[in-house]
Write a new protein. Structure first.
Length: 64
């Protein structure tokens, strides 16, 4: 029965840590685009390269 005096606070600390990690992940945008990674496996390498080049041109154009 004494182990409950240790296990309950440890469980509470673990839950609090997990909630903090969840809020950090949401705030930093970890869950913003969940579908893109699923579609990446379906795309050909040429499409990925062309898309990344187009994105690079767009970002370079906005910097100038």
């Amino acid at each position: 029965m004494e182990f409950l005096h240790i296990m309950v606070p440890v469980a509470v600390i673990i839950v609090i840590a997990l909630v903090i990690i969840l809020f950090w992940a949401v705030r930093t945008g970890q869950f913003d685009d969940l579908e893109r990674q699923g579609f990446n496996i379906l795309m050909d390498e040429e499409q990925k390269k062309a898309k990344s080049k187009a994105q690079n041109k767009n970002t370079e154009g906005s910097k100038q």
